[in-house]
Design a protein around this ligand. Structure first.
Ligand SMILES: *[C@@H]1O[C@H](CO)[C@@H](O)[C@H](O)[C@H]1NC(C)=O
Ligand SMILES: *[C@@H]1O[C@H](CO)[C@@H](O)[C@H](O)[C@H]1NC(C)=O
Ligand SMILES: *[C@@H]1O[C@H](CO)[C@@H](O)[C@H](O)[C@H]1NC(C)=O
Ligand SMILES: *[C@@H]1O[C@H](CO)[C@@H](O)[C@H](O)[C@H]1NC(C)=O
Ligand SMILES: *[C@@H]1O[C@H](CO)[C@@H](O)[C@H](O)[C@H]1NC(C)=O
Length: 199
């Protein structure tokens, strides 16, 4: 039973972790946001990174995450998403790939509504190795939620928070398979972890 749950867990996790951007220091990989993917002002920007199984990691890595841009025309002041990203190696962050153990952490950042459309960077700064990992993303303009209350009360309303915010890739190829339902996935993951612990 545990075997079945484990393999299903792996399946869920590996469908979540796709784009891997390694850090120069080899002390973490960025798995989200996806490089060059479009995100939308006013919606959530998913951030995820993986850590090696290394008890010495706190001495090797001290991670901040910034939201920034190299385009001065965007008149954008850097935003610190976190100045002390979680690098703990607790059970709930533990993942295995074949026999290799690693740890995965997730954050989500609400892109401010007033963010101008353009090219931005999610910058991971390690103050110990003094090296950075930058993931370029595109921000699309904020779109106010459509209000359809009076016309069809049964129709679900588009939500501006949570859920998937992938639209399509810069190259125009539809990427529906990479759409991740985080609500569903995290719920599923919770259930699986509970099941795993009680078997
Ligand atoms: C990071 O990615 C490299 C390959 O790009 C892989 O060898 C390594 O195991 C990954 N580390 C973690 C912690 O995910
Ligand atoms: C840039 O942003 C600042 C503060 O948000 C604002 O005061 C200033 O007018 C903006 N400049 C331009 C050129 O939009
Ligand atoms: C941003 O947009 C959301 C959804 O329309 C709204 O709930 C929120 O109040 C807006 N925030 C600001 C600062 O305008
Ligand atoms: C990393 O980014 C920070 C913040 O933008 C910057 O101050 C620092 O010079 C960068 N370091 C490297 C090695 O690029
Ligand atoms: C994600 O799944 C949840 C639960 O099934 C559902 O309520 C929600 O609408 C889904 N969100 C998206 C963006 O598909």
């Amino acid at each position: 039973m545990k075997g079945i749950i484990s393999s299903f867990l792996c399946l869920v996790l590996f469908s979540l972790a796709k784009a891997d951007v390694p850090s120069p220091s080899h002390t973490y990989n960025v798995t989200l946001p996806e490089p060059n993917a479009p995100y939308v002002a006013g919606q959530m920007l998913p951030i995820s990174y993986t850590l090696p199984d290394d008890a010495n990691l706190p001495n090797l890595l001290s991670l901040s995450v910034l939201f920034t841009t190299q385009d001065p025309s965007l008149n954008f002041t850097d935003i610190i998403i976190t100045s002390n990203a979680d690098i703990s190696q607790g059970f709930s962050f533990r993942r295995t790939h074949n026999t290799e153990v690693y740890y995965e952490h997730q954050l989500s950042y609400a892109i401010p509504n007033k963010t101008l459309a353009g090219n931005y960077i999610v910058l991971f700064v390690d103050s110990i190795s003094k090296s950075n990992t930058s993931v370029p993303i595109t921000v699309r303009p904020y779109a106010a939620p459509v209000t359809t209350l009076s016309t069809n009360p049964n129709k679900p309303h588009p939500s501006s928070s949570g859920g998937s915010i992938f639209a399509y890739h810069g190259n125009g190829v539809q990427a529906a398979h990479e759409t991740v339902n985080w609500t569903l996935a995290s719920g599923l993951l919770g259930l699986l972890l509970v099941a795993y612990n009680t078997v």
